[in-house]
Design a protein around this ligand. Structure first.
Ligand code: NAD
Length: 249
């Protein structure tokens, strides 16, 4: 994997979890990072990582549901240099049986997990000024399969299936400009999103995974960096499952 040192990457949802692991991996490779997260997010870990690596970094507070706010925030990332990379990690879950899902709850998940990814891609593509560039959207294996052993989350699954197809569509649309767009579909990963699960729920997930464990965030960040870099120069409009074999079973 080769990334261009000094180039700029926009990472949404980068303040913690998978996004933070992506931020750290990019900084390790000398890529400047514009980390976009909710206005009230705690950017301390991002700032500490940037200082540790001595690489320039910007903190952008914006809600990915707000198309104009995202465009304005991503535009400021160009102060760091030319935007070549983007990774869209911002997301939320919503576990509830379907007959209890209110319109508001449904809309929140779709707005953040699907519309938010589209608005981010739009703004990032604009900031790439005609390319070349590479965008990776974090989908989920829940966009491929229906999870067992947990409360249903149809809005989440529908949004993530949408992200997989959105990435394909944009990958094809922007291919002539050299802007590649792919998605990564993680299985179960140790983050704050899964930390609130009852221990027996995570134990069930582990049993259901052929590799018999959940992933570490670094194990998602590494394939993301591969897709961003020159090693993936001929890969676009595809989805990479990082699920320990879950969806093969
Ligand atoms: N953890 C898992 O097991 C798992 C599995 C598959 C896919 N994913 C996906 O990976 C991505 C990252 O998940 P994670 O586990 O690191 O979660 P996380 O909750 O640790 O991090 C999510 C980040 O997104 C940010 N965010 C949420 N809503 C936002 C909004 N409206 N605007 C801007 N930022 C917002 C949060 O502030 C947070 O920093 C999500 O898209 C999630 O669906 C996670």
């Amino acid at each position: 994997m080769t990334l261009k040192q000094g180039a700029v990457a926009v990472v949404t949802g980068g303040a913690r979890g998978i996004g933070l692991a992506v931020v750290e991996a990019l900084l390790t490779n000398g890529v400047r990072v514009a980390c976009l997260d909710r206005p009230d997010a705690d950017f301390t870990a991002v700032q500490a990582a940037a200082s540790h690596h001595g690489v320039r970094c910007a903190r952008l507070g914006a809600d990915v549901r707000d198309q104009d706010a995202v465009r304005r925030a991503v535009h400021t990332a160009t102060d760091l240099g030319l935007v070549r990379y983007a990774v869209n990690c911002a997301g939320v879950d919503g576990l509830q049986p379907s007959d209890q899902v209110t319109g508001e709850a449904w809309k929140r998940v779709i707005d953040i997990d699907l519309d938010g990814v589209f608005f981010s891609c739009q703004a990032e593509h604009e900031a790439m000024r005609g390319g070349p560039g590479s965008i990776v959207n974090i989908a989920s294996m829940s966009g491929h399969i229906v999870n067992r052993g947990t409360d249903p989350h149809v809005a989440y699954g529908a949004a993530k299936a949408g992200v997989i197809h959105l990435s394909k569509g944009l990958g094809v649309e922007w291919a002539p400009q050299g802007v590649r767009v792919n998605s990564v579909s993680p299985g179960y990963v140790h983050t704050e999103l899964t930390a609130h699960n009852a221990p027996e729920v995570n134990a069930t997930f582990t049993r259901q995974t052929p590799m018999a464990r959940m992933a570490r965030v670094e194990e998602v960040a590494a394939p993301v960096l591969f897709l961003l870099g020159t090693g993936a120069a001929f890969i676009t409009a595809t989805d990479l499952r990082v699920d320990g074999g879950f969806t093969a079973w």
